[in-house]
Design a binder for this molecule. Structure first.
Ligand SMILES: Nc1nc2c(c(=O)[nH]1)N[C@H]1C(S)=C(S)[C@@H](COP(=O)(O)OP(=O)(O)OC[C@H]3O[C@@H](n4cnc5c(N)ncnc54)[C@H](O)[C@@H]3O)O[C@H]1N2
Ligand code: MOO
Length: 418
């Protein structure tokens, strides 16, 4: 794993600064050989959102299970305009008549079973009841306004493939197929820690030269939203032996995620501590801004991903690397990272060499226009909070001008279902 992360001679220096590894090849190296966790559970539908389906599911009956009316109206026995004699009224859920004979029509509400003999349903808005109670209807095509048995899913057809991360849409499909519980993979277990002598636990009173640990709550929430069970290993000092001790007990997790202490100064002990704990790993400089220094490794069963300490860099690293790692471990395909094409509302001076992600806001308009929020900086959280998402600039881009195309990644997707 380590050697694969070294930049190849062809890679270095072509579209990024020499010696830096592209995000793409770093991600490929991180995911190389990662297999899904074993172990399954059966969970009720009410707890299945966010879990990964462990086995393919098929429909044991057609959906819908019977022909039914798509509208409030009248079931007709022929396509002609009538007049028809009305022979009853049937709401959704009722049995309906045994048979409707030629020349007859039946009142049907949306969702009602189509009785034998009915070949189309006329919407009530287009119908008229004559004096004497007979029905006049528009001429209809055979099958109009009828939802056919099995038109959504045929009996025995595949419902969902294994490896799908279930979201509210899937729960609706599974419920409509009569399922109340589903087989899912066990959740991945991720250990999370922060390191740094300058860090204070959330809520602790400020002391001189210290700041609060803002990465741990952010990363814990982000990893949990990716479906992982997060175990907090806490806040560790800049002491190699203490960090090694904490890591040594974490080899049974599926992944260990840390932030801080990865840039290689005399106070950065994560990589050394990983080795002391019996693991292996390597330091990598990624062609990424923010988020250049990164440590990947392995300790026992656990894949290790140590992110930089600056909070925006930690977030970007978690989105680009931890998310796909957790997806692969959880047994579903990492979602391809594809942003929306957007135009810059304003440019800025920059040097080519590193792919860049910046907090950005959407401008109203017919086209998607985005603009960086606030002053750039990997330690500034307020632009991140004010932003609608992150914009991405490719590594080769130099100074940017208003109107240039970039990619935009909204934080909440469009509807945020998954
Ligand atoms: N001479 C160089 N110095 C630095 C470079 C470089 O290339 N040459 N890179 C800079 C970049 S870029 C980053 S990012 C950081 C990464 O450093 P570390 O991962 O070793 O992180 P620390 O030094 O521990 O912390 C950096 C910064 O972030 C603060 N921090 C750390 N953890 C947290 C936390 N949990 N919550 C909030 N803030 C945190 C820490 O106090 C530092 O201010 O290195 C640069 N330096
Ligand atoms: O790359 Mo650092 O990760 O810019 O803040």
């Amino acid at each position: 794993m380590t050697s694969k992360l070294a930049p190849s001679p062809t890679e270095a220096g072509c579209d990024r600064a020499p010696g830096l590894v592209s995000v793409e090849s770093a991600r490929a190296a991180l995911l190389d050989g990662v297999t899904p966790v074993s172990g399954q559970a059966t969970v009720p539908l009410s707890l299945a959102a966010g879990r990964v389906l462990a086995a393919p599911l098929r429909a044991s009956f057609p959906i819908p299970p019977f022909d039914r009316s798509a509208v409030d109206g009248y079931g007709l026995t022929g396509s002609g305009a009538g007049p028809f004699s009305l022979v009853g009224s049937y709401p959704a859920g009722s049995h309906g008549p045994r048979h409707v004979r030629p020349g007859e029509a039946v009142r049907l509400l949306t969702g009602a079973r189509i009785p034998p003999g009915v070949c189309a349903v006329a919407m009530q808005e287009g119908c008229r009841i004559e004096a004497g109670g007979r029905l006049r209807a528009p001429v209809l095509a055979d099958g109009e306004n009828i939802r056919r048995c099995g038109e959504d899913v045929a009996s025995g057809a595949p419902l969902l493939e294994a490896g799908i991360r279930l979201d509210p849409r899937h729960l609706a499909l599974l419920a409509s197929a009569g399922l109340c519980e589903v087989p899912v993979r066990r959740r991945t277990r991720v250990a999370l820690l922060s390191s740094g002598d300058e860090l204070l636990a959330p809520g602790a009173p400020l002391r001189e030269a210290a700041i609060h640990d803002s990465n741990r709550p952010m990363l814990a929430a982000l990893l949990a939203a990716s479906g992982a069970e997060v175990v907090d290993l806490g806040l560790l000092p800049d002491r190699r032996d203490v960090i090694a001790g904490a890591l040594a007990g974490a080899g049974g997790f599926d992944a260990i995620v840390a932030s801080g202490g990865v840039s290689g100064s005399e106070a950065d002990h994560l990589l050394g501590a990983l080795r002391d704990a019996g693991g292996e790993g390597s330091w990598t400089a990624i062609a990424l801004k923010p988020g250049k220094p990164l440590v990947f490794g392995q300790l026992g069963e656990a894949r290790c991903l140590f992110l930089p300490g600056n909070p925006v860099a930690a977030l970007v690293g978690a989105l680009l690397f931890a998310r796909p790692l957790l997806a692969r471990l959880a047994g579903h395909a990492p979602r391809p990272l594809r942003g929306l094409p957007a135009r810059l509302a304003a440019g800025w001076q920059r040097k080519p060499g590193r792919e860049e992600f910046a907090p950005a806001m959407i401008h109203d308009g017919e086209e998607l226009f985005v603009e960086r929020v606030g002053r750039p900086g990997s330690a500034r959280l307020t632009p991140l909070v004010a932003a609608d998402g992150l914009l991405r600039v490719g590594a080769t881009a130099g100074t940017l001008r208003a109107g240039d195309m970039v990619e935009f990644f909204p934080f909440d997707g469009c509807f945020g279902l998954a």
